[in-house]
Design a protein around this ligand. Structure first.
Ligand code: FAD
Length: 415
């Protein structure tokens, strides 16, 4: 008798990219939600034939990436109206439009309406009218479902495919395919880490109660006030009303966004992510060029340059010859300038090291397990967000020198 296959020893060794789920010849693997809302593959041993395909295809455990950046650029698409629909410089959309124009199929993440809520899913589109669904960052882990299998069939039928996702999803797809395809182009994003879809669902329910209506669409990064400020927005259909209304949510009011940014609700493997370095999984890597004001002030519009911090600026890391060719091909659609990996990584720490394990993560997970997202929201808002907001307000009105003295006195009293 063959040994039982064990997919991972510790949860931190599974990124749920879905390669094992897609490769199983017996459909013996299910993606199951754990007590904290994260999905993990689970083998049904009554169906498993111990072929080991699932174990071999695990890129997170087996593959060492070797790509080195060939070129790194600061970039933005030229069409300024179109940039506003994307999270940063609108680079993904330029590639997507090109692939659609040559009859290709573009894969990315959309918020799909399912069971009366919005679910983050990888989908494939072949029509430009569907592109808006894929634009903008969704700061939550997407469901890959059977997408890798679908892509393999399309590639074998000579379709041109653009796949974009987190570095672990791109690695998952490549490991699943097991060979190079000339007709596949991959884009990985610079990634802070992912919360799970259950937390996101719980957050949407809270917003629906608060705004007294149904959420039709949701943006994790609305550019209402430009590229920098972190503002979320929800399109709400109010009860008894026919027209939708856009509500804006600021970072210090949003428990979900704050917990995400302060790294309190990321998946366990994100805290030891192996892709937070130069060895990237995609043909190109795209992200926000945070910190460009310091690294390249000369490129900015405010200083007479061509890149606009109000609209959005991307960093593109070109990792393969294929990536280089495609960027050259689309050069007329974007403005770009040479920079270096080190400069992009100054503020974008995700290019140097994984996100740190959040200070409040253990407590949050414990609360979620017992009371669900409602309780998490209550706790985080009252115990953490409020305190941060009060501190910020106080700091605004008290001069720095006085603040230092007050802190000193407070420490003495506490003793
Ligand atoms: C979870 C997450 C964390 C990120 N962390 C950082 C970071 O720390 N630093 C940084 O510089 N940039 C980060 N980004 C990337 C950044 O937010 C932009 O997505 C990226 O710069 C592309 O911007 P764009 O304007 O070209 O395209 P946009 O139109 O804004 O982005 C669309 C692209 O993002 C992909 N995408 C959206 N949501 C997801 C998802 N949940 N999973 C996988 N792919 C998704 C789409 O498939 C598409 O390729 C993150 C993105 C996500 C989704």
């Amino acid at each position: 008798m063959k040994d039982k296959v064990i997919l991972f020893d510790k949860k931190e060794n599974c990124c749920a990219c879905g390669a094992c789920y897609n490769i199983c010849p017996k459909n013996a693997i299910k993606m199951v939600v754990d007590e904290y809302g994260f999905k993990y593959p689970k083998i049904d041993y009554t169906k498993c034939i111990s072929c080991g395909a699932c174990k071999r295809v695990c890129a997170f455990q087996n593959v060492i990436e070797k790509n080195e950046p060939l070129q790194v650029i600061a970039a933005a698409r030229k069409d300024e109206n179109k940039i506003m629909k994307s999270a940063s410089g609108g680079i993904f959309a330029v590639f997507a439009e090109y692939f659609l124009s040559i009859g290709g199929i573009v894969y990315g993440v959309a918020l799909v309406k399912e069971n009366n809520t919005l679910v983050p899913k990888h989908i494939g589109i072949d029509d430009l009218k569907d592109l808006p669904k894929l634009l903008g960052s969704k700061y939550v882990q997407s469901d890959i479902d059977n997408v890798y299998k679908e892509i393999r069939t399309l590639l074998n039928n000579k379709k041109q495919i653009l796949f974009s996702g987190t570095p672990c999803q791109v690695a998952g797809l490549k490991a699943f395919l097991g060979k190079e395809y000339d007709n596949l182009f991959t884009i990985d994003i610079i990634c802070h880490g992912v919360p799970n879809a259950e937390f996101f669902k719980g957050y949407l329910e809270i917003l629906e109660k608060k705004f007294n209506g149904k959420i039709l669409d949701f943006k994790f990064r609305d550019k209402k006030d430009g590229w920098g400020p972190y503002i979320l927005s929800a399109d709400i259909l109010k009860q008894n009303k026919l027209q939708k209304e856009r509500k804006y949510i600021y970072l210090d009011e949003s428990t979900y966004a704050s917990m995400f940014l302060y790294t309190d609700i990321l998946r366990l493997n994100c805290y030891k992510c192996k892709y937070t370095n130069k060895h990237r999984t995609g043909d190109i890597t795209i992200g926000d060029y945070w910190g460009i004001e310091k690294e390249h002030p000369e490129l900015l519009k405010i200083n007479g340059g061509l890149l606009d911090t109000k609209k959005g600026i991307s960093a593109i890391i070109i990792n393969t010859e294929k990536g280089k060719l495609e960027v050259e091909k689309l050069g007329q659609e974007i403005v770009y300038f040479d920079t270096t990996y080190e400069k992009v990584a100054v503020v974008n720490t995700q290019l140097r090291e994984p996100s740190k394990y959040g200070k409040h993560r253990n407590k949050i997970m414990e609360i979620y397990k017992l009371g669900g997202f409602n309780k998490v929201d209550e706790y985080y808002y009252n115990k953490i967000l409020r305190k941060i907001a009060i501190k910020k307000e106080i700091k605004k009105y008290i001069p720095k020198c006085l603040l230092g003295k007050i802190k000193g006195v407070y420490r003495l009293i506490k003793r």
